[in-house]
Design a protein around this ligand. Structure first.
Ligand SMILES: [Zn+2]
Length: 313
């Protein structure tokens, strides 16, 4: 059977070279941070800086020059080397230590802060991937300022791709973390399983998902989460695709599976409704407070859309 060409998920498709070999090259890093052409991607408390564009136009990341960044942050700025594109070095910089008023005053001339969740689907592919990368790694720095082994502070090393404990007796190294989560399109007799949680906005439905636990394969997580949330067993669990999901530090691992029975019911307290939906209903989704498909930037939506289209083949 011919497989359709896979479309990339939002936040995939980074176009720069990560240049890992430069992370331990202080001369190269110093030269690039002194180069006015280098681009600095600021992130303030998980919000990205974007340029002001007229309504309806594609949002664009706002970049600072190294001089602008140093003016805002001073010499203490911890730059994270993202990589190189067209021979221009790209860095991320967390401004999260600034109070809101000071942050807004400092970056106001360059753009406005935006939550990536709300603009991810509107950005060009490479820009979405870049903002996701910058958001994920600066958030990791903000959340790992102390050593999990001994409790002393940590400092950034390797151009922001490692933090090391400053306690010489410990010296533990800590690396950026990514939490694996599975997300699955479950089918039974030409209907798709969708659920909604009490805490979600009115009408929002999605496929099931959950975090991988220690000592578990991805397929086992898919089966366990489905049993825990919906009370049904699965077969034919297959990998679909993955998506960087920097909210704040996940990689979403998409699967498809078939349910052995259709008696799905809300098992966990946080699930309000769970049910089976056919293609005709989903194609004509009301997209209102009674029923909405998952947000366009999510792999959840890709799984739903691919399942709908599979019925056309
Ligand atoms: Zn330590």
């Amino acid at each position: 059977m011919d497989r359709p060409v896979r479309r990339r998920n939002v936040y995939e498709g980074l176009t720069l070279d990560r240049t890992a070999e430069r992370r331990r090259d202080p001369d190269w890093l110093a030269t690039r941070l002194a180069d006015k052409a280098s681009r600095i991607l600021p992130v303030w408390r998980e919000r990205n800086l974007v340029r002001a564009v007229p309504d309806g136009e594609t949002p664009l990341p706002a970049w600072l020059s190294p001089d602008d960044a140093l003016t805002i942050c001073g010499a203490e700025a911890e730059f994270v080397l993202l990589g190189v594109a067209d021979d221009v070095a790209h860095f991320a910089l967390s401004l999260s230590h600034l109070e809101e008023e000071a942050a807004l005053a400092a970056i106001g001339p360059f753009g406005a802060l935006a939550e990536l969740r709300s603009i991810g689907a509107l950005l060009d592919e490479g820009d979405a991937a870049m903002l996701a990368y910058g958001r994920a790694i600066t958030t990791w720095h903000n959340r790992h300022r102390f050593c999990g082994v001994c409790g002393h502070p940590t400092r950034s090393e390797e151009a922001g791709h490692m933090r090391r404990c400053v306690n010489e007796a410990c010296g533990a190294s800590h690396f950026p973390r990514t939490d694996p989560a599975v997300i699955m399109a479950i089918e039974h007799d030409n209907r798709l399983l969708l659920a909604r949680q009490f805490s979600w906005p009115p009408g929002m439905f999605s496929v099931l998902a959950g975090f991988v636990e220690p000592g578990e394969s991805l397929e086992e997580t898919v089966a366990r989460e489905t049993w825990e949330e919906a009370g049904i067993r699965l077969t034919d669990i297959r990998y679909h695709s993955s998506q960087p999901w920097p909210f704040p530090a996940s990689i979403m691992l998409g699967f498809t599976a078939r349910a052995l029975t259709d008696d799905a019911r809300p098992v966990e307290d946080d699930i309000e409704t769970i049910g089976w939906y056919d293609r005709a209903f989903l194609r004509n989704s009301p997209e209102d407070e009674t029923f909405k498909l998952p947000s366009r930037h999510s792999i959840a939506r890709r799984l739903v859309d691919d399942w709908i289209e599979a019925g056309d083949r």
